[in-house]
Write a protein that binds this ligand. Structure first.
Ligand code: MRU
Length: 381
């Protein structure tokens, strides 16, 4: 069985899995320049904070590799790359990984050893590739740290495996591989510590049912899909029966005090977890930390179009359970005149979060009830 890959890259060639067609169809789009990268991100054919940053960086890298730039001086080259990066930054506003990648790339092209156009372009391409490659190592480290934290804090053991709930998609499809929150679940499973994984449908865009459920089944992880509105009842009726000890979610942006923006619906799960005595874990690479923003009030929340709530794409299911792609049709699920509020993310207050698991270890709150990220990121604190 091959590993799921959202992004396939060799120097000069970038292919991005069209996640709007999953789970029925595996189709990779060729992304050959900044405009196609922007479009892929804005239309959510690729999604998830780390994957967005990777596609933006590599999309520009392949354009620079194959087409170069119509500049001569080093200063003009840096200015043109900056302009392309600022354009890509507008593709989606909430996830901070893209901004952090852009800052990293801007710093790298300004390194003193880049004296001319060609060295600047080469430096950009190398740094983009580094972002891509590093993400996988980061996710494996998050998987290990999260599993260790659960061992110590929930009593998870091979003779006492735990069940967990996750929301949205944070797996291979949202990253360069393994995943963040889903990475912890993968590592729990391979360590013999996982009894069962529940995943939410994640309305309105259904990243949970379309992507996470697919990844869990693909990996052979024992799993059950629920609608978002079933979580409270799941905790009340199944917590003790199946040893549900943790909710594990990803992050689009964790700010200085630990407030965390993630897929809409995350906040209500944190409230429910607190009520039911279930640990609430945020899995976030340090590329998802925004230490310049003090609290969640400073996070811009993307609002998306009303059709995501009022319409759905359907296709005929054949008697054998396969999908007839040629029958695809857009159908209404609500009166098309109704007003809609469709925020893509919400903010979970730090007080409801037990730990933020990064590749540099699990960060917990101090006696003052505050997260202190200076321990893992002194250089950015
Ligand atoms: O709107 P999306 O599909 O890009 O949202 C994805 C999420 O919210 C994920 O949970 C988040 O990006 C964490 S990514 C590992």
């Amino acid at each position: 069985m091959s590993t799921l890959q959202a992004v396939r890259y060799t120097r000069g060639k970038l292919e991005v899995l069209d996640q709007l067609r999953l789970p029925h169809e595996f189709h990779y789009d060729l992304v050959s320049n900044r405009t196609e990268a922007f479009d892929s991100i804005a239309t959510m054919r690729v999604r998830g904070a780390p994957a967005i940053a990777i596609v933006a960086s590599l999309g520009l890298a392949v354009e620079l590799h194959n087409q170069g730039l119509a500049t001569e001086s080093a200063a003009d080259t840096v200015a043109q790359i900056d302009e392309a990066l600022d354009y890509l930054k507008q593709s989606r506003p909430t996830a901070v990984d893209l901004t952090n990648a852009i800052n990293q790339l801007k710093a790298r092209i300004r390194a003193p050893e880049n004296a001319d156009k060609n060295t600047i372009i080469a430096a950009f391409i190398e740094e983009s590739e580094r972002i891509f490659e590093k993400d996988l190592q980061t996710n494996l480290a998050i998987g290990a740290s999260g599993t260790e934290w659960l061992r110590s804090n929930t009593g998870a053991a091979t003779d006492k495996p735990i069940s967990v709930l996750t929301h949205c998609n944070t797996g291979s499809l949202a990253t360069s591989g393994h995943g963040t929150a889903l990475g912890i679940i993968r590592t729990l499973q391979s360590s013999g510590l996982l009894r069962h994984a529940y995943c939410t449908e994640t309305r309105p865009y259904n990243q949970g049912s379309r992507l996470t459920a697919f990844e869990l089944v693909y990996e052979g992880i024992p799993s059950t899909l629920i609608t978002d509105s079933m979580a409270a009842s799941l905790f009340r009726t199944q917590k003790d029966k199946t040893n549900i000890t943790a909710v594990i979610v990803g992050a689009d942006r964790v700010v200085r005090n630990g407030d965390t923006a993630n897929k809409i619906g995350t906040y209500q799960l944190a409230v429910l977890a607190k009520h039911h005595g279930i640990k609430f874990i945020v899995a976030a690479p340090t590329t998802s930390l925004d230490l310049e923003t003090e609290t969640g009030d400073g996070i811009k929340i993307e609002e998306r179009k009303k059709e995501e709530l009022t319409q759905i794409t359907g296709a005929v299911v054949r008697p054998d359970g396969t999908i007839d792609e040629s029958s695809k049709v857009r159908v209404a699920t609500a009166d098309q005149r109704v007003g809609v509020w469709n925020p893509a993310f919400d903010v979970t207050p730090a007080e409801l979060i037990d730990t933020v698991v990064t590749e540099k270890g699990a960060v917990e709150k101090g006696p003052d009830g505050k997260f202190d990220f200076s321990k893992i990121l002194p250089e950015r604190w």
